[in-house]
Design a protein. Structure first.
Length: 328
């Protein structure tokens, strides 16, 4: 095998932790030459500020914006119409985008019927992008693979060729959604339909031995979009965090429910994925509100100061890693 080195960035909470910002900054270092989306689809809503303009990426790896070969992997599902709409959007930013975007031949297709089926879905509060029905049909072996869609032909790749037959691949794997929404590890049925952790990366054909770093991302507090009750509606501080943190979904515009950071959950998912770096975003929101609460064993604990908050997180939740707080 030729040399391939992989870094993985995944969500450790319930999504919207700020993964895309971190990925974008990694690409900007110029150290990566291949990008991979390994799970999900257009349900992702990743926000970046590129040339001082806000841009939201859904289906594509964000690497494409910076001119990096970007693969929608075999673990993803793709809708033809949404693919070409997003291709137009990224091409407006980077005219060479059509050269950089690739689709794994064995990724599955979100068909028009899947989208229709989800139009009225409200039981778990999906993003209505047809994701669940597409994965269902994949596993029922009645789905369609990307290779059978004519308009996808110029974009198709076999990821095994991309990973094993080229020299000096520096791969960045872009997690979408998060462990708290994982089909197996989230609170079923309030979950997405894919696997959001490192297992999923490997199932996309990435060799385990190439993985040099697994980075988890959380916010200083937790948010969730969907139908289950997540926020304690009797705590007005959580509404303040929502407003100050602009916690509204990038894909559907829905208000995100807010809760304090659950340290048991962070610990579990960090260990499960052998995280070696943990990024903690949106520290400024708690700083401004002077609210340093966390949840431990289902109880709210007031850490009172930022210093104690960090100590609690690092010592209790997960002390095997390097922590990066943002903003510092
Ligand atoms: P689906 O992925 O559209 O099937 O939605 C399943 C659940 O995952 C819903 O609660 C969605 O709101 C949530 N979800 C899906 N993608 C994201 C994401 O990128 N960020 C946050 N929540 C998401
Ligand atoms: Mg998002």
């Amino acid at each position: 095998m030729n040399k391939i080195e992989t870094k993985i960035v995944i969500g450790i909470d319930h999504g919207d932790e700020g993964k895309t910002k971190i990925l974008y900054n990694y690409y900007k270092t110029g150290q990566y030459n291949l990008a991979l989306r390994f799970n999900g689809s257009s349900n992702r809503g990743g926000t970046i500020y590129h040339n001082n303009k806000k841009f939201i990426v859904h289906l594509f790896p964000i690497g494409v914006v910076l001119g990096i070969k970007s693969i929608i992997g075999p673990g993803c599902v793709v809708n033809e119409k949404m693919f070409f709409e997003e291709l137009e959007e990224v091409t407006a930013i980077n005219p060479d985008s059509p050269k950089f975007v690739k689709i794994a031949h064995n990724a599955h297709v979100v068909q028009a019927s899947h989208l229709e089926e989800e139009l009225c879905e409200s039981k778990i509060g999906t993003t209505k992008r047809g994701i669940g029905p597409a994965y269902r049909d994949k596993y029922a072996r009645i789905g369609i693979r990307a290779e059978s869609i004519n308009s996808f032909k110029p974009y198709l790749v076999d990821v095994s060729e991309e990973f094993y037959n080229k020299d000096n691949i520096k791969l960045l794997c872009e997690g979408a959604q998060a462990m708290g929404l994982d089909i197996d590890w989230g609170e079923y049925p309030f979950v997405t339909s894919s696997h959001c952790g490192i297992g999923s990366v490997i199932n996309n054909g990435v060799p385990i031995s190439s993985i040099k770093s697994v980075e988890g991302v959380i916010k200083a507090y937790s948010t969730y979009v969907g139908a289950k009750q997540f926020q304690d509606i009797n705590d007005p501080m959580l509404d303040k965090i929502c407003e100050l943190g602009s916690e509204f979904g990038a894909t559907t515009g829905r208000r995100r429910q807010v809760q304090y950071l659950d340290l048991n959950l962070v610990k579990k998912f960090a260990l499960m994925n052998s995280i070696n770096v943990l990024h903690v975003n949106k520290m400024d929101i708690l700083r401004e509100l002077k609210c340093w609460k966390v949840i431990l064993d289902n109880m709210i604990i007031d850490c009172a100061t930022e210093e104690n908050f960090k100590e609690m997180l690092e010592n209790y939740a997960y002390n095997h890693v390097k922590y990066y707080y943002s903003p510092e």
